[in-house]
Design a protein around this ligand. Structure first.
Ligand SMILES: Nc1ncnc2c1ncn2[C@@H]1O[C@H](COP(=O)(O)OP(=O)(O)OP(=O)(O)O)[C@@H](O)[C@H]1O
Length: 317
């Protein structure tokens, strides 16, 4: 394998009706790493994932997945990849055990019973194995879907928004499981819209309009963005939101309870705009730390600008 990279693709491109929905994406994920794949709706995450596991034919791109040519060796790659789709894809009128047995048959596993038992045990599903999948809560359904992904002992997991709509406790348990799997050497590429989940990834890739806008660890992305953030706090802080939007140096204003998060890339202009608020009674104005969410909101705002008529080319990380 190339430098212990489980995924190493360059120039990945997919077009629909002449429009590139994935546009020259480079993606490298180290073996045993958890890489979070983030971006707004329709940014190209699912399309990228489906090209990586050989379900969609790319229009351009080259590279390797698990040391195999991702274009020529799609069949061999599929056998070593566990792909969890956004929607629950198992049979609701079969039990947990029957669903896993069905998947084991699809993979033509030689020792099916043992494989099913192993998957049940791995995800703590033994006690529920006779329950119908359709009767499970969202969290247990996700657990079953992950068990099904693991039944053929894949080396790479491609998880497409695996915890959408799942409660925080079940999401936390799911992520503990993901870390256990990564500890066993399994590589994980996981798309998510949740910032707390992004923080649990080793590496992050942020994509918008089919183009990668940022990559690195959470710390690298936040520091690399050079975004300045101020907190404007007080019972009447909300009344200032509209007045601050569009002012010099202000890129975004987001309310969190009694506080506004005011962000912008130019420290001096932002400080000048906020200076008069320091004298307002009942308002506390202080410099704050940028979060991943602040950075992503800033990135998408700028990316939209770059799509405007007459705008220059898009940024590429
Ligand atoms: N078969 C298709 N034909 C035409 N357009 C498509 C097709 N599949 C996807 N697209 C378009 O490609 C773009 C990227 O879609 P994709 O599902 O990859 O985004 P995503 O980042 O996974 O979004 P989400 O976060 O909502 O799941 C969207 O604009 C979508 O409408």
């Amino acid at each position: 394998m190339n430098g212990a990279l489980a995924i190493d693709v360059r120039g990945l491109t997919k077009r629909y009706g002449g429009r590139a929905v994935v546009d020259g994406v480079n993606l490298q994920v180290g073996q045993g790493r958890i890489c979070g794949f983030l971006g707004p709706n329709g940014s190209g995450k699912t399309t990228t994932i489906r090209m990586l596991c050989g379900l969609l034919r790319p229009d351009a791109g080259e590279g390797q997945c698990l040391g195999l040519d991702f274009r020529k060796d799609a069949a061999a790659i599929k056998r070593q990849v566990g792909y969890m789709t956004q929607k629950f894809g198992l049979y609701e009128d079969l039990s947990i055990r029957e669903n896993l047995d069905f998947v084991a048959r699809l993979f033509e596993l030689p020792k099916r019973r043992e494989a099913v038992d192993r998957a049940l045990e791995r995800l703590g599903l033994q006690g529920r194995q006779q329950q119908l999948a359709g009767a499970l809560s969202g969290g247990w359904k996700q657990r079953l879907a992950l068990a099904a992904c693991l039944i053929h002992e894949p080396r790479l997991l491609l998880l497409d928004e695996p915890t959408a709509g799942v409660d925080p406790k079940a999401r936390r348990d799911f992520w503990d499981q993901i870390h256990t799997l990564a500890g066993q050497g399994i590589t994980v590429l996981v798309s998510t819209h949740y910032m707390d989940e992004a923080a649990r990834c080793h590496d992050l890739v942020y994509i918008a309009y089919g183009t990668v806008l940022a990559r690195g660890s959470e710390q690298q992305i936040v520091e690399g963005a050079g975004l300045c953030v101020w907190s404007v706090e007080g019972e009447r802080a909300g009344a200032w939101a509209e007045r601050l939007r569009g002012q010099p140096g202000v890129q975004s204003v987001v309310a969190f309870g009694n506080a506004l998060h005011v962000a912008g890339p130019d420290a001096d202009r932002l400080a000048q705009t906020l200076a008069p608020l320091q004298a307002e009674p009942g308002l506390r104005v202080q410099a704050s730390r940028a979060t991943l969410e602040d950075v992503f909101i800033g990135l998408i705002d700028r990316a939209q600008d770059n799509f405007a008529p007459g705008a220059p080319g898009r940024p590429q990380a």
